[in-house]
Design a binder for this molecule. Structure first.
Ligand code: ZN
Ligand code: ZN
Length: 350
């Protein structure tokens, strides 16, 4: 199959026309990818992965985990899906049997499989999904592959964090730090829940996009961002979301909280930070703050999110700012480190 491959860390992807097709085990499905978003996580993996949490990048690797497509083949034990079916795919593929899966938290499965690390990702024409019956989601006809791809990582991660983890409520003030794909998704989702969203970014064009997605106010990142948020919210945000996760957003997103505020971490730190960033721990005691983590989303929660897309309350399609051919994916990846790209770029041709 055709695939763009990382052969060396942080070097241009190498295009192959005869990369091995994924093999379909009895519980698996092979998917013909129709659309694949290029995510910041792809960039991090291209740069060497996350060795500080035990996920280094071993080359060669085929990136891509934010995708949707058509079932090409199913294994003999798969009963819920068939060849030709349109599917959405969360990026964290669970076992369905461990303690966390049994408890409904398949996104933090103890035997999780990830596209890219365990099998080729969506930078290849075909990809595999392990234990297809628990990890594929039927995609309604009314939602395009492009929109479904846009939901495969950043949007669904945001939905799980905002809805299930931080449990954001109508009328709450929510400050979103970082307006890349995941931050803009958080603006859209928290707005749909009835929250008052303040978007924070250093880039005017990203703030403009946040406004179009429903942000009631925007703040330019910088020294007085916290003061502006405290003033706008008359005492601080009920919830802050760190949608970048790196050093520049960690402190202001904690300092802008009101007493008993909740802080949701959606972003991951960079190679420079290595997963350790100092935070003002005493603030958590004196203000009774809560720190909440969130990772991906379980397939079982997709229908709730998709129903909000179908009814027009959520707008993943608005986050898509460009489509490219697989030949152009390497160039997109190389530009991501500057964090200047707006919205999401999706591969639609192989
Ligand atoms: Zn499991
Ligand atoms: Zn991602």
């Amino acid at each position: 199959m055709k695939a763009a491959v990382v052969e060396e860390i942080a070097k241009p992807l190498v295009l192959h026309s005869n990369w091995p097709d994924p093999e379909c085990g009895p519980d698996d499905a092979v998917i013909e990818v129709q659309a694949n978003g290029i995510c910041l996580t792809d960039y991090h993996i291209w740069m060497g992965g996350f060795p500080w949490v035990g996920i280094p990048t071993a080359t060669p690797i085929v990136l891509g985990h934010e995708y949707a497509g058509v079932v090409q083949e199913v294994g003999s034990a798969v009963t819920r899906f068939r060849k030709g079916q349109r599917v959405a795919i969360p990026f964290n593929h669970s076992c369905g049997r461990c303690e966390q899966c049994q408890d409904g938290h398949q996104n933090v499965c103890s035997d999780v499989r990830f596209p890219m690390f365990h099998y080729t990702g969506g930078f290849g024409r075909y990809t595999k999904v392990a234990r297809a019956d628990v990890n594929l989601v039927p995609l309604p006809e009314s939602i395009s592959f492009l929109e479904a791809a846009a939901m495969g990582c950043r949007f669904m991660t945001s939905w799980h964090g905002v809805v299930d983890q931080a449990k954001i409520k109508a009328g709450e003030w929510v400050a979103v730090f970082g307006c890349g794909g995941i931050g803009l998704a958080a603006v859209d989702i928290a707005t749909a829940l009835g929250a008052n969203v303040i978007a924070v970014s250093r880039t005017a064009a990203k703030l403009e996009m946040a406004k179009q997605l429903g942000a009631v106010a925007t703040v330019t990142a910088g020294d007085d961002a916290v003061a502006q948020i405290v003033e706008l919210t008359k005492g601080g945000a009920h919830v802050s979301i760190d949608a970048l996760g790196d050093a520049p957003t960690v402190l202001p997103s904690l300092y802008c909280l009101r007493t008993r505020g909740r802080h949701l971490r959606l972003g991951v730190s960079s190679k420079e930070q290595g997963g350790v960033i100092p935070i003002p721990v005493d603030l958590f005691v004196f203000k009774e703050l809560q720190l909440i983590g969130s990772l991906g989303m379980q397939a079982a929660r997709y229908p709730a999110m998709l129903s909000m897309v179908e009814s027009g309350k959520l707008h993943p399609g608005k986050l898509i700012t460009g489509t490219v051919k697989i030949e152009e994916a390497s160039g997109v990846l190389e530009q991501m480190g500057a964090f200047t790209g707006i919205g999401m770029t999706v591969i639609t041709q192989w």
